[in-house]
Design a protein around this ligand. Sequence first.
Ligand code: NAP
Length: 282
Amino acid sequence: MSALIMDGTSVATSALAETAERVRDFTARVGRPPVLATVLVGDDPASHTYVRMKRSRCARVGIGSRSVELPATTTTAELVGLLAELSGDPAVDGILLQHPVPGHVDERAAFEAIAPHKDVDGVTTRSFAAMAFGLPGFASCTPGGILRLLDAYDVPLPGRRAVVVGRSPILGKPVALLLLARDATVTCCHSKTADLAEVVREADVVVAAVGRPELVRGEWVKPGAVVVDAGYNPGNVGDVEHATARERAGLITPVPGGVGPMTIALLLEQTARAAEANAGLA
Ligand code: NAP
């Protein structure tokens, strides 16, 4: 058996077309486009690539970008100050702080300096709490994008065993909560999990969010399972051993072209939504 590929690029393209329509309407009514501020600290090449892609997708749907690039020597206080300033700037609708920031910066303090109504990447504790309680708010983009992709392929979740490998606050933990909210029975694994292979073998749905190339082996995948690979490692390698997993899975995401495009699509949709709310149109 060879799995059906979950084509994130194609699903994201449809979502972006809807956002472009929404942005055109906003721009006509308000007299300016929605604006996303992207903040990049340091020289990490992957982060530069991600931010460049996000800005280029913004341009494609008509969203304006405000780009801020800061040196790797930026302090927590300087970054917090900048994010507070952008939070108070009426010309900015959404703020994205590219993760990760250099090790000496308190990333959590920086995220919390983003005003919740501009937190279109869903990284503040307020957004996380809203998601956990099922209240209105901005979803964490990659987890929200993963759920959209599962929905686009009509993956049933109620009562299914879902295993998330990884528990980071921006990815593993929120995706586990979103799957739980959809009535899956969820196990969230991490670096201390005993016998990871046996846990993954029970999964109807596996989400790999580890940041270790091909950590999830193909032979661990239950035949017919749905495999979502959120990992992105150098050389376009995911966190799942794709070639062998594909032989066993029912549905699987490619890397690239799976989760990545969905993340950006959700970011831009949430930026349009933030702009509408900020302009009193929502
Ligand atoms: P992270 O903050 O480094 O978290 C990694 C998680 O994996 C941690 O919870 C860690 O456990 C767990 N882990 C590490 N080694 C493990 C092992 N041997 N067995 C089980 N769990 C293990 O990473 P992240 O930011 O969540 O990113 C994860 C991956 O997703 C990366 O490849 C990243 O590039 C990718 N990503 C993709 C997108 C996208 O848009 N496509 C967005 C964000 C991230 P502990 O908590 O115990 O340390």
